[in-house]
Ligand binder design. Structure first.
Ligand code: CTP
Length: 129
């Protein structure tokens, strides 16, 4: 069984999130989605996330692409998850191109083109205005 993992905050869930989860699932038979924990987002400077962790998890769950949803809580967790879950493919959007090449030691690393003209940042700006 080919196992795929991807990560994100998935704040104000949008079509770009849906598309990457759908495409990530197509890379294998079993998809694990890591959703960032609230403390981890604050630690890495992402301070304006609107949705609670439980809402972001619920939105990922609703797509039905994830076979397992986990919470990403610390820097360096990705390697532990890849080893722990015996992952074959790590998928992430092209905004991260090159940033996860070091994971190549553990599994294939695939950068997928982002869906154009949509982001949580953009939606947060609309939401806050
Ligand atoms: N993503 C995508 N297309 C978009 C937006 C996001 O493919 N238009 C992907 C990202 O590349 C990442 C995943 O969705 O692999 C989760 O991204 P996340 O950071 O939660 O969403 P963004 O909309 O990029 O959020 P922000 O604006 O806060 O960076």
């Amino acid at each position: 069984m080919k196992k795929v993992i991807t990560y994100g905050t998935f704040d104000l869930f949008h079509i770009g999130h849906y598309n990457i989860l759908k495409r990530a699932k197509e890379y294998g038979d079993y998809l694990i989605v890591g959703v960032t924990g609230e403390n981890y987002d604050v630690e890495r400077g992402k301070l304006s996330v609107q949705d609670s962790l439980s809402k972001r998890i619920e939105n990922v769950k609703k797509t039905r692409f994830a076979d397992l949803i986990i919470v990403e809580e610390y820097l360096g967790q990705k390697i532990s998850d890849i080893v722990k879950y015996n992952i074959d493919v790590f998928v992430i959007g092209s905004d991260w191109k090159g940033k996860f090449d070091h994971l190549n030691k553990y599994c294939d690393v695939v950068y997928l083109e982002r869906t154009k003209d949509i982001s949580s940042t953009q939606l947060r700006q609309q939401y806050l205005n």
